[in-house]
Design a protein around this ligand. Structure first.
Ligand code: ZN
Length: 423
């Protein structure tokens, strides 16, 4: 579809959506009335700026079903995302919602080069988290064979990868690394598996992690993005060009705003990603603030897809007045052969002073050599701290962790724990 045709479609869908929530969601009706906006004011996609934002807090305040736009009998699936504080986020899907989701996920897999001849293992957690079932329905929609491996039973998973000649794998990047590590531990060589495509998402990952996963599992890894409030995996996906992720923007309209002023930002500017669900029935959302920082761009992609793409921005931290990027820390960590690409930056404030602690996991093969004293670990911590200081211009405390001890979640995990903002 040409960008102009799509803008016309988006405008039509937005008008319908506003009419729909105005009549079916009291929360939105009163918000729109407060702003003196009626559905008739929304005619093109550019009118979206007249609409109110929705935040995670609105979802929690209306727990559990306050934002639902249909009677309970229309809901066929309910997912819940774990909140670190307060109520979980509950999202109900109608049959049509599950259909659109399956199609978007199937589009993603097609962009990764998956065909009906593939056997695709889903190593996301099946359950309240949207990763497992979301990917599962997408593989079935495409017509490839799905192996619902889920997380856990990693050894059995590896055995099935080998015995069934599984060609595709969907999971978090950290679970992919965990699979690779377990294979090495079990002495299962890369030549025993036939994996060629990886669909990785649900947590931030970097080019260095991509390189490592690709080398160790012998596949090509693609980014898959989604969030349960909007739908689940399949909201955006990389194509073979791997230059940003194409957004399914006929269903999810993206905007970038300045998170402080809430002003819309032009393409190419980094800011907070905001989505409006253009076609959702169960829990439609207007201008949902994702709290993800990224950039949007609409330059034509050589793959031929015309949808807008998104690229993640590196979350910049300001520590003691100095700009620190997690990617700087990562490049230092990866320059040390003893360190795994698993690290966590913990920022705290003691009195008036910000402190940075970098926790890093050791690689299994180095750890396995055995340490009868702590001295080699202390030495590694000192070396890493010195390197970090020269790169970051601030000193950081380094804590070397045993392999597999940093949190590895099924859902979102993070590289940064900023305790200064957790009030
Ligand atoms: Zn493309």
């Amino acid at each position: 579809m040409s960008p102009n045709e799509r803008r016309a479609l988006q405008g039509k869908r937005l008008h319908k959506l506003v009419e729909y929530v105005y009549h079916n969601v009291p929360f939105y009706r009163s918000k729109l009335q407060e702003m003196d906006v009626t559905p008739d004011d929304i005619n093109t996609i550019d009118d979206i700026v007249k609409l109110p934002f929705t935040t995670k807090k609105d979802l929690r305040d209306n727990y559990p079903f306050g934002l639902q736009a249909v009677p309970q009998s229309e809901i066929i699936r309910v997912h819940a995302s774990s909140g670190t504080t307060g109520n979980p986020t509950i999202v109900g899907y109608t049959r049509k919602d599950v259909g659109v989701w399956s199609e978007c996920m199937s589009r993603s897999l097609t962009a990764f080069g998956v065909t009906r001849d593939d056997i695709f293992s889903v190593g996301y957690g099946y359950g309240l988290f949207t990763g497992g079932l979301g990917a599962h329905y997408g593989v079935e929609h495409l017509g490839a064979a799905v192996l619902p491996a889920s997380t856990g039973s990693t050894e059995k998973h590896i055995r099935l990868l080998c015995d069934l000649g599984v060609t595709g794998l969907a999971c978090t990047p950290s679970y992919a690394l965990h699979l690779a590590e377990t294979m090495e531990k079990l002495g299962v060589g890369r030549d025993r598996i036939k994996l060629r495509v990886g669909a990785f998402g649900a947590e931030p990952w970097t080019e260095n992690m991509r390189k490592e996963i690709q080398e160790r599992l012998g596949l090509k890894g693609y980014n898959l993005y989604g969030l349960s409030e909007i739908m689940g995996p399949g909201v955006s996906y990389e194509c073979e060009c791997q230059n940003g992720s194409h957004i399914a923007d006929d269903h999810f309209y993206p905007e970038i705003i300045n998170p402080d002023t809430l002003e819309p930002q032009p393409y190419g500017t980094s800011g907070e990603l905001v989505f409006t669900t253009l076609t959702k029935q169960g829990m439609p959302l207007l201008r949902y603030r994702t709290r993800d920082l990224c950039t949007l761009f609409d330059e034509p992609c050589p793959c031929g897809r015309t949808s807008v793409r998104m690229g993640r921005s590196d979350d910049m931290l300001i520590i003691r007045g100095i700009n620190v990027f997690p990617s700087q820390v990562e490049s230092v960590v990866l320059s040390m052969p003893e360190c795994a690409p698993r690290y966590l930056l913990v920022v705290e404030r003691t009195g008036n002073l910000d402190t940075l602690t970098v926790q890093v996991e050791m690689r299994q093969e180095y750890f396995a050599q055995g340490f009868d004293t702590f001295e080699p670990i202390f030495k590694l911590e000192r070396e890493l701290a010195a390197k970090l200081k020269s790169v970051l211009s601030i000193s950081a405390k380094v804590e070397i962790k045993q392999p597999g001890t940093l949190e590895r979640s099924e859902g979102k995990s993070r590289f940064v724990l900023d305790k200064r903002v957790l009030k």
